[in-house]
Design a protein. Sequence first.
Length: 347
Amino acid sequence: MWGVSVVICSHNGSGKLPATLAHLAAQQIPPGLPWEVLVIDNGSTDDTAAVAREGWSSDAPSPLRVIVEPQLGLTLARLRGLREARYEFVSFIDDDNGPAPDWISTVADIMGRHPEVGACGGAVEAVCETVPPQWFNVVQHYYAVGQQAKRAGDVTWSRGYLWGAGLTVRKSAWSALASCGFRFQLSDRAGREMSSGGDAELCLALRLAGWRLWYEPAMTMKHFIPASRLAWPYLERVARGFGVAAVVLNAYATVRQDRSSSVILRLRSNWLCQVFVTIVRLLRAYGRCVLGLPAWEGNVAVLEMMYRREVLTQFLHVRAGYDALCRHIQAMSYSAAAPGVALRQEA
């Protein structure tokens, strides 16, 4: 059905939900555009569900539904939201986000004018609880903050993915993927576990199926960042979480529809080659950590070192399984092709 379903995946988010719901209640909706709000209560142990219901008045501009997903995990919560959404455009808003008043209307406009787009995303501005440290602007992309591209337009191959905060997915595109047997390889964040990458995997899967990814800077939202997440140790955990997901996401890069070199794609599919490249990059990051200033906190090379170290650990863990993973994703790309889109597998 034509319209927008806003999905808020929340785990113990009772303290953050009221502000997010207030931003949604203030949306400026053009006449004739139906929309709804879904709060996915993902394994919460607080009163998330009750706060969501109480925070949405009876005269609110759209209906709100609270859906309990007892199995913990952001990917599982997103999947539940996609299944439960009534409308074609499913926009994922985190429980610490504040979308601009024209967010929903812009989502409907972009996705409506570009039927080839399977997912779109926008720009995110940080709202910090305390004065952020000096190094924040350099590493803000770790927080999914800032611009995702230099200009509006197709980022299918130039970037290849979009942040989960504010990610809007075309439900028919997802349904086509699911009907072909697509299954996530990454679980994304689950409670305090800092794994990640589910949003990138979804974008890469849509790309394999022939859908386009679109960045629209006119879609803006605010991201509230508490003081606890502005500490350097937290950022180190985020970097390691990115490293955990890197092996799976790298496997998606072994299948391309653009003009990537077949030699490069074969090298990406080779486990030994990837281990060698990771070791080289890790040693370079170690060198920059030793030579760079500042010595540790605020040194971006430290984050890269931790990321590369985790990537190497994951590659060593999967060993021969990496080749099987690449073959699985390559095979999945055949069956997941969108109608009328010819896939060219180069590896």
